[in-house]
Write a protein that binds this ligand. Structure first.
Ligand SMILES: CC(C)(COP(=O)(O)OP(=O)(O)OC[C@H]1O[C@@H](n2cnc3c(N)ncnc32)[C@H](O)[C@@H]1O)[C@@H](O)C(=O)NCCC(=O)NCCS
Ligand SMILES: Nc1ncnc2c1ncn2[C@@H]1O[C@H](COP(=O)(O)OP(=O)(O)OP(=O)(O)O)[C@@H](O)[C@H]1O
Length: 232
């Protein structure tokens, strides 16, 4: 199975690309959604967050106060590392099992939408890395527009991640989302075509390899039988 990592910087357009891929029928596993599931009420993740960050990050209904936690971790490197050490192992485990599930279902490819793909170990699990790019100026504008956040908040979120220019060095496919939505659609169309083509080859190879192994095994047995029966 072809496993593709989809990443980018904050507000460069990963979710937009991942929604287009889903609409085209590609299976997508979203790390942001899993990161929410592993801190739902009753989970060990939320208990650990409460133990470290205190009741100030828990709402009256027992759910995580995302705004309160965000304002701590996007302004403090140590606290961010602490939160990451609580949430990321659970996210990575869940994502691994999601990939296995897709594989069992016989899917030819699976896209992992992971904002912090390059920063963490998950990039070693994927065969292809797609980075969705736009300039930092555009990132900031889109982030403030989407979240209704101040420039200060948007900048601190942006600085919490590896700069997009550095992430591009890890990419083998770059989607340039500096233009319009229509221009993005055209690029994603091209991306889907190349992914489907590559997935076809990977799928055929994944059947050919065990077939070759079986054939080689059969030949080895025949060789042994031939040697044994030809002894004087
Ligand atoms: C701090 C939290 C509660 C803020 O929640 P909020 O609803 O405001 O943001 P949301 O989860 O939708 O994330 C939006 C974007 O912020 C960026 N982001 C989130 N967490 C981090 C982080 N730890 N470091 C850097 N950037 C991050 C990502 O680009 C993400 O797509 C939340 O982001 C969180 O729990 N983060 C830790 C888990 C994590 O790293 N998630 C990212 C994918 S694994
Ligand atoms: N080509 C585009 N033109 C204008 N706006 C766009 C374009 N692409 C995406 N956007 C908008 O920019 C914002 C950020 O996009 P999106 O939410 O997809 O980013 P993201 O990379 O998933 O962000 P995050 O890391 O926060 O999850 C959204 O409001 C989206 O509608």
């Amino acid at each position: 199975m072809l496993v593709i990592g989809l990443t980018g910087g904050i507000a460069t357009g990963k979710s937009t690309v991942s929604n287009i891929l889903k609409a085209k029928g590609l299976p997508v596993v979203d790390a942001d959604i899993i990161a929410r599931q592993v801190v739902e009420p009753g989970t060990p993740g939320l208990a650990k967050i409460r133990a470290h960050f205190g009741d100030a990050v828990i709402q009256k209904d027992g759910t995580l106060d995302r705004k309160a936690l965000g304002s701590i971790i996007f302004n403090d490197k140590k606290q961010r590392a602490k939160l990451n050490s609580i949430v990321h192992p659970a996210v990575q485990k869940a994502m691994f099992w999601e990939v296995v599930k897709h594989w069992f279902r016989g899917e030819r490819l699976c896209v992992l939408d992971v904002p912090l793909l390059i920063e963490g170990p998950l990039h070693r699990m994927v065969g292809n890395i797609v980075v969705v790019y736009c300039s930092e100026d555009t990132q900031l504008k889109r982030l403030m527009l989407r979240d209704g956040s101040s420039q200060e908040d948007a900048v601190s979120r942006l600085r919490s991640q590896m700069p997009i220019a550095q992430k591009m060095a890890y990419a083998n496919i770059v989607v340039n989302n500096s233009g319009t939505r229509e221009e993005l659609d055209v690029q994603v169309d091209g991306l889907v075509q190349s992914l489907n083509k590559a997935a076809g080859w990977t799928w055929r190879l994944s059947w050919l390899l065990p077939l070759f192994a079986l054939l080689a095994g059969g030949l080895a047995v025949l060789w042994r039988v031939a040697i044994a029966t030809s002894r004087l």
